[in-house]
Design a protein around this ligand. Structure first.
Ligand code: AMP
Length: 582
């Protein structure tokens, strides 16, 4: 019913004039997000709602025997889509019995496991909103997020219950805590009632009348990492999640298919695990959930044991994997056809290193606000005949926008659109059906949107082929004597040194040049490297004025809650210890 209502509304509105903008290659785009006028010659297609309920029904009917595997401390827990969906129905019925209504936020604080996957469908398909909580956040941010979203129920993995006890003062809206994957009761005073997940399912009615949902209803919400100020909520719709899931299955993006055995290492609390749970259920991939066992040896072993074909994770995971497979020769990873790497820049040396073991990386870019897939670095047909090193030039970039995402770069100071010459760099701006149009509780922050485009805060170049290369966050670029230096490029080059495991580069204040780069370098295990060796390596690879003023060896690089270099913390640490130009 709901979509008929929307059509009538659209028909009575006067459409705003379409906005257009010249894009970097000279073409002109017409913004398509505004409601359209009634068509002159009406199409006859159904206005079928794009909801996650369709994905659930499809997986239930067509892929009942496809396996779902979760790693345990020892061994695995195994089930199937067919065995899972009756439990999903009971979960939905149990939520309704507790009085959960359409639009209520129901949170999860959990690792990547099958029970979490059950909630990915039970909560939104019964009309509530899945709010995935980041288990690595500091207590004050976790508490802020729970009360900002006004979560009414929290499903928590047993070993994470202590995190909720720490933030009990922020649990005012929470009526119930449901503990999964182990039994745990709380001894903390004034905690909401705690139930056991399996008991919750057993006590719930076996059937549930799924409601009719509108595709614009909220499906899930995530909060941004909040590098400055409090994290902001991004609310995804059924429509955006559905379209994004289709995108993940496209042959020229990630190509997730029913033949895949998928290993989502990216946490299920981080931007919907990059949409992999929705896409996998849509096409019937077998899924192997790593749970909390993300040590590279275990990851490599499970890839071998389960014949994984596809896995997704941040560069740190793949750097660890590369180290393991370089040492072990008892693993057969020939089933793997691709590894998707995103979240931060994949160093060229990492891509090259994994190619050596026939483990091709597909580099992708996105963010919480973009659901997340924005660009994917697959080689276009005209680039496939290039020599290997030239191909790497493209594969190490973040790639082309996927279909339905528009992308441009604009000058950081003037806001003017920049050419696609691979040299000019500016802020990346995007728009599309799975790009956020506002924030929860902050519907129109003026600094985040311009003319219908979302301002990402990332700085990039676009080359004539349309591939973007992220050079920095706007807050991380180094401005030295009026010239820009890319910290991301410097890091990527330093990580190409054979003795280096990780490198982070930040700007520190300089009395003469305003800012200069400082690098922190972590050598590989059982290796030492000196600042002089790094300087010598860089001398032939970057312009002289890009050479870091200081190279610090062996200091641990702080990481964010999702495993990226935390440059804000690193800058603060170094500002205490390093004074440049003295
Ligand atoms: P988050 O919202 O936590 O997923 O963080 C999104 C940010 O991560 C982006 O705005 C980028 O700064 C960074 N990021 C994501 N993918 C990449 C990538 N492939 N290369 C470089 N930076 C990336």
């Amino acid at each position: 019913m709901a979509f008929f209502r929307r059509n009538r509304q659209a028909a009575t509105q006067t459409p705003p004039a379409p906005t257009s903008s010249a894009i970097g290659n000279g073409a002109t785009l017409v913004a398509s997000s505004a409601p359209t006028a009634p068509p002159i010659f009406a199409a006859t297609m159904m206005d079928y709602p794009l909801t996650i309920q369709h994905i659930m029904e499809r997986a239930k009917r067509y892929f009942p025997n496809r396996e779902l595997v979760t790693l345990l401390a020892e061994g695995t827990e195994r089930t199937t889509y067919g065995a899972m969906f009756p439990r999903v129905e009971r979960l939905a019925a149990g939520l309704a019995k507790l009085g959960i209504k359409k639009g209520d936020r129901v949170a999860t604080l959990a690792w990547n496991n099958t029970r979490h996957f059950e909630l990915y469908f039970a909560i939104p398909c019964m009309g509530a909103v899945l709010h995935t909580l980041n288990l690595r956040l500091p207590a004050e941010q976790l508490g802020f997020i729970i009360s900002d979203a006004a979560d009414s129920i929290i499903f928590v993995d047993a070993d994470l219950l202590p995190l909720l006890e720490k933030v009990q003062a922020s649990l005012g809206s929470v009526r119930q805590i449901v503990v999964m994957n182990g039994s745990a009761m709380t001894s903390a005073p004034n905690m909401p009632q705690v139930l056991d997940y399996e008991q919750f399912i057993a006590d719930a009615p076996a059937t549930f009348a799924w409601p009719t949902l509108d595709e614009r209803d909220a499906v899930a919400m995530c909060y941004t990492s909040g590098t400055t100020g409090n994290p902001k909520g991004v609310v995804y719709s059924h429509r955006s999640a559905f379209l994004h899931a289709i995108s993940v299955t496209q042959a020229d993006t990630i190509a997730l298919s029913g033949n895949d055995v998928a290993l989502p290492i990216v946490p299920m609390f981080h931007v919907n695990a990059w949409g992999l749970p929705h896409a996998a259920a849509m096409v019937g991939s077998k899924i192997v959930f790593p749970n909390k066992y993300m040590d590279p040896n275990r990851i490599a072993q499970v890839m071998h044991d389960e014949k994984v074909t596809f896995a997704g994770g941040v560069p740190t995971i793949w750097i660890g994997l590369l180290q393991v497979i370089a040492k072990r020769n008892d693993l057969d990873l020939s089933s793997v056809t691709r590894l998707v790497c995103g979240g931060s820049a994949a160093p060229r040396s990492l891509i090259e290193g994994l190619d050596h073991f026939n483990l091709p990386i597909i580099h992708a870019w996105g963010m919480t606000e973009t659901s997340p897939i924005g660009t994917v670095a697959r080689l276009k047909s005209n680039l496939q005949g290039l020599p290997y090193q030239e191909q790497l030039n493209y594969r190490a970039k973040q790639g082309m926008p996927v279909a339905l995402v528009d992308l441009r770069i604009t000058d950081i100071d003037t806001g003017k659109e920049l050419p696609w010459d691979g040299v000019a760099f500016g802020e990346v701006q995007v728009r599309g059906p799975w790009i956020t149009g506002s924030y929860y509780h902050d519907t129109n922050p003026a600094d985040k949107f311009v003319d219908g485009w979302f301002r990402t805060g990332d700085v990039a170049t676009i080359d004539p082929e349309g591939y973007i290369e992220i050079v920095d966050r706007t807050k991380d670029v180094i401005k030295s004597g009026g010239e820009w230096i890319s910290s991301v490029q410097l890091e990527s080059i330093i990580m190409g040194h054979p003795k280096v495991l990780e490198a982070a580069v930040v700007a520190l204040p300089h009395p003469k040049w305003q800012e200069r780069p400082v690098a922190v370098v972590v050598p590989k295990a059982d290796t030492t490297v000196t600042p002089e060796e790094i300087q010598e390596y860089l001398q032939t690879r970057v312009a002289k004025w890009w050479l870091p003023d200081k190279i610090i060896i062996g200091m641990p690089i702080p990481k964010t809650s999702v495993g990226k270099f935390d440059k804000k913390v690193l800058r603060a640490q170094l500002a205490q210890e390093v004074k440049l130009g003295e």
